[in-house]
Write a protein that binds this ligand. Structure first.
Ligand SMILES: Cc1ncc(COP(=O)(O)O)c(C=O)c1O
Length: 435
């Protein structure tokens, strides 16, 4: 090429959650049955979308000709009206339909949000991080994502002191990202924690991005507090979607709620840029928007979610009971979303630790990959080749300084779930004492 056509942020785009699948698929070809613990798709893990939701979708497809057409750029008015009404009934920040913008899944929203932010402006994000955010933010700036720590010794809550220090150290930070309930830690933040984040944002004149895609998936006595409940007059946005809730990730449907656009001119202009960018694409997918108020407004919706979250809670406790018995690990009972993050304490992982692969070919596949310096990645490859279980390493998968891995709480067969957890726990014990 006569010119450099490479985007400055090209090297920042990584998505280990799917990258590790390539290795898993290679190992599967050697005759190993892989248990996919890497991807947060309830449907892929066997959860059944209820018949009544399918009936609503089928009925809409059959009888609503407009579901085949484009929708307005921001999204269908009737759907935005429904969302705004529900939001306002909960109290806190009040919105109008024009404060809502639909996307083709939150992945699309996330890409757009960072893409159209001034290149010099940075968003401070959690560590560990959901990599779509951290990669997109880093790619937008052409430089490593700046993070604040989530503390495994304090329920994975944000380390507010660290957050404040990073904001002072990096004047280019213009926003704070929180993911609540969190992926990968499964933690739900108390209202007080969110309020502290809002207070910092206010003090330093920043806006807040709150990814609330799991907002209706909480359990174990926790309550989900939305950003809107404490945001006051600070500018911000909440990100929501139906991928995890319905669950219908294949619909590619998510939306952004903007708060307090009228309180800050620059924030209002930035929000308008995002809306204008969406206009270039015409609109987001129409069908899921058509269906959304009918599903969420149905009397069966919340009881259905309660039934699902009760099962996540059961699995969270079962996994916690097993992992918390291993003194070399740090683990927290998760209270939201459907993940659990297990951390290896400092110094536990070492180069050269080993698990015997299931066959020679699997050993050959992982051999070159074990050269990585990331010790939790080495563990993940060993686990894959020796037990056929695919987890996501924390360091490369979630932009983390800690070594560990994420599993999901999605396995629908409780006996199989317990077997998976016990197999991982046995593998950990064998691995850490192998050298
Ligand atoms: C925290 C978080 N945000 C956003 C997304 C993207 O969701 P989607 O693009 O399916 O709407 C995910 C998916 O796993 C997620 O975990």
């Amino acid at each position: 090429m006569r010119n450099n056509i490479i985007h400055p942020g090209a090297d920042e785009l990584t998505y280990e959650i799917r990258e590790i699948v390539k290795v898993g698929n290679q190992i599967a070809k050697t005759g190993v049955d892989i248990i996919w613990e890497n991807i947060g798709d309830p449907v892929a893990k066997g959860e059944k979308v209820p018949e009544w939701i399918k009936d609503i979708v089928a009925d809409t497809v059959k009888n609503d000709n407009l579901s085949y057409g484009y929708s307005p750029t921001a999204g269908l008015l009737e759907t935005r009206e429904y969302i705004a009404k529900e939001r306002n009934l909960e109290g806190g920040a009040q919105i109008i339909p024009d404060d809502i913008l639909f996307f083709n899944g939150l992945g699309d929203a996330i890409a757009t949000i960072y893409n159209y932010l001034n290149r010099e402006a940075r968003v401070l994000g959690p560590n560990p991080a959901y990599s779509t955010h951290s990669s997109a933010e880093a790619a937008h700036a052409g430089s490593r994502h700046i993070t604040y720590n989530l503390n495994p010794d304090n329920n994975w809550y944000p380390d507010i002191k660290d957050m404040r220090e990073k904001i002072i150290k990096h004047p280019e930070i213009s926003a704070i990202l929180i993911v609540n309930p969190d992926n990968p830690t499964g933690m739900v933040y108390s209202q007080d924690v969110i309020k502290q984040v809002v207070d910092i944002a206010k003090e330093f004149d920043l806006f807040i991005i709150s990814d609330e895609i799991y907002s209706n998936l909480f359990y174990g006595g926790s309550v989900h507090n939305k950003l809107a409940s404490v945001i006051g007059d600070t500018p911000g946005m909440a990100l929501r979607g139906i991928s995890k809730e319905f669950p219908w990730p294949g619909a590619r449907c998510g939306w952004v709620e903007f708060y307090n656009r009228d309180k800050d001119e620059k924030f209002a202009r930035y929000a308008k840029t995002i809306m204008d960018a969406k206009m270039m694409e015409v609109c987001a997918t129409t069908l899921p928007q058509k269906v959304l108020p009918k599903v969420m407004g149905d009397d069966r919706y919340y009881p259905y979610l309660a039934q699902r979250t009760a099962k996540y809670w059961e699995k969270s406790q079962a996994a916690y009971a097993v992992f918390s018995k291993i003194p070399q690990l740090k683990v927290n009972l998760t209270k939201g979303a459907f993940y659990m993050t297990v951390v290896f304490k400092d110094g536990v992982l070492k180069d050269g630790q080993f698990l015997k692969p299931l066959n020679e070919k699997a050993a050959e596949i992982i051999k070159p990959l074990l050269k990585t310096e990331l010790l939790d990645k080495q563990f993940a490859y060993h686990l894959l080749a020796s037990r056929g279980i695919c987890v996501v390493p924390l360091s490369s998968g979630f932009n983390s300084d800690l070594y560990g891995f994420r599993i999901t709480l999605l396995e629908t067969d409780m006996n199989k779930f317990k077997l998976i957890i016990n197999t991982i726990a046995d593998a950990i014990k064998e691995y850490i004492f192998s050298k």
